[in-house]
Design a protein around this ligand. Structure first.
Ligand code: DCP
Ligand code: CA
Ligand code: CA
Length: 398
């Protein structure tokens, strides 16, 4: 009988995520106080570390941020781009462990238990993950490693940015003696008030009172809090279900009904969707076209192919023929396409009789070449020849 390997859970959290993506894409923003925020709520989504020095932080009203940091650069943010970078990060994590749980747009848990025997000390593994993410995405993240989820999450926040903190089982009792109880995930302002009136400041002090007391006081969370105070957290890392579809859509600056022009939008969308599928090694059999007319009425049309695809050309041509079959009695305000009905694209399809196999290979090679360019120079650099024509619309707004 061998002994069970020690449990190790890693928590990753990207540093100043939205702001770092902007600083990556737009060199003029680097080293500057950058504040992302817009919309009806008028609050700060996040701020670069340069802006945080002036006291700007997430959820602060924008007018207050402007007062604290008048020289700051204020921009609205590009959610699609952040989601794209988020997927890049998550797919890198997938290479390190099959047990990856995405916890938010910029956070994930990985179960590293048992990897030590194969890959060396957890510090080395975590360091490799951090370096790979930096090298391949150009973004910085902070990591925490601990025997349980909530401690890994707290640890990832201890040495931001670009931090790496490991909490070993031996260190945990003393860590809990000094950990402010408000750092335990789930302890909000109200719970904190209750704890303060009881004179409880450090996590470990929760253990002075019995579980029944906490349950009566805080309900179900009382049990959770009591467990956390002793460093316990039984939640496993649960990989999410695989995505079921991938889509892209654009609302036009002005309503459109020219099929050639609409086709250009579809090609860009096919490129985006195809790229995203290829990166995750996914392919889908059903292509869906969606249009919204100027009066907001909608139509969708789908076609299911014999084999799953992630080729830009096939996605585009299928969507394009669905568009050609549609009568456009009124102009459109939006067009979109989606790929669903996923199966992993596997080599076995090469065994099926496919008269157009040569063409498929050429398309796949072109996609791979353009994907590589994208990786090196960013999305804007990749525009297929067909898009270089007079009258083509500007880069679709994201
Ligand atoms: N976010 C938001 N509104 C909030 C909090 C966050 O829109 N009130 C967005 C912007 C952040 C991203 O979510 O970039 C991740 O949130 P985090 O709380 O992890 O904060 P950051 O990644 O920006 O900074 P940190 O380095 O502190 O993690
Ligand atoms: Ca973050
Ligand atoms: Ca986060």
């Amino acid at each position: 009988m061998g002994t069970e390997p020690a449990p190790w859970i890693l928590h990753l959290d990207m540093d100043a995520f939205f702001a770092s993506v902007e600083q990556l894409d737009i060199p003029e923003y680097r080293g500057k106080a950058l504040i992302i925020g817009a919309g009806k709520r008028g609050v700060v989504s996040t701020a670069s570390y340069e802006a945080r020095r002036f006291g700007v932080h997430s959820a602060m009203p924008l007018f207050q941020a402007r007062r604290l940091c008048p020289h700051g650069i204020f921009i609205p943010g590009r959610m699609k781009r952040y989601q794209e970078k988020s997927r890049e990060v998550m797919s890198i994590l997938d290479r390190f462990s099959p047990l990856v749980e995405q916890a938010s747009i910029d956070e994930a848990y990985l179960d590293l238990t048992g990897l030590e025997r194969l890959c060396g000390p957890v510090r080395t593994i975590a360091g490799t993950i951090q370096r790979t993410i930096r090298d391949e995405t150009g973004l910085s993240c902070s990591l925490g490693v601990a025997p349980v989820k909530f401690l890994a999450k707290i640890a990832s926040d201890l040495r931001k940015p670009a931090g790496l903190t490991i909490l070993t089982p031996e260190e945990i009792p003393s860590f809990l003696q000094t950990l402010p109880v408000g750092k335990i995930p789930g302890v909000g302002r109200r719970t904190l008030e209750i704890l303060e009136t009881l004179g409880i400041r450090a996590a470990a002090e929760v253990g002075r009172l019995p579980p029944a007391f906490w349950r009566k006081r805080l309900g179900k969370f009382g049990d959770v809090l009591y467990a956390r105070a002793q460093g316990l957290d039984s939640r496993p890392v649960e990989p999410g279900s695989a995505p079921k579809s991938e889509s892209a859509e654009n609302t036009f600056p002005a309503d459109l009904n020219d099929k050639e022009e609409l086709g250009v939008w579809l090609l860009r969308q096919a490129e985006r969707v195809g790229h995203s599928l290829r990166r995750r090694n996914l392919a889908g059999r059903t292509i869906t076209l969606k249009v919204t007319f100027a009066d907001f009425s909608q139509k969708t049309r789908s076609r299911t192919l014999r084999q799953p695809t992630n080729l830009t050309r096939t996605i585009y041509e299928t969507a394009r023929s669905l568009l050609d079959e549609l009568s456009l009695e009124r102009p459109l305000r939006l067009i979109g396409l989606g790929v669903s009905h996923f199966g992993r694209e596997t080599r076995q399809f090469a065994l099926l009789p496919a008269p157009d196999e040569e063409a498929r290979k050429r398309d796949a090679a072109l996609d791979a070449a353009l994907d590589a360019l994208r990786g090196r120079f960013g999305t804007k650099a990749v525009i297929r020849g067909k898009l270089f024509r007079p009258g083509a619309p500007a880069e679709p707004r994201r």
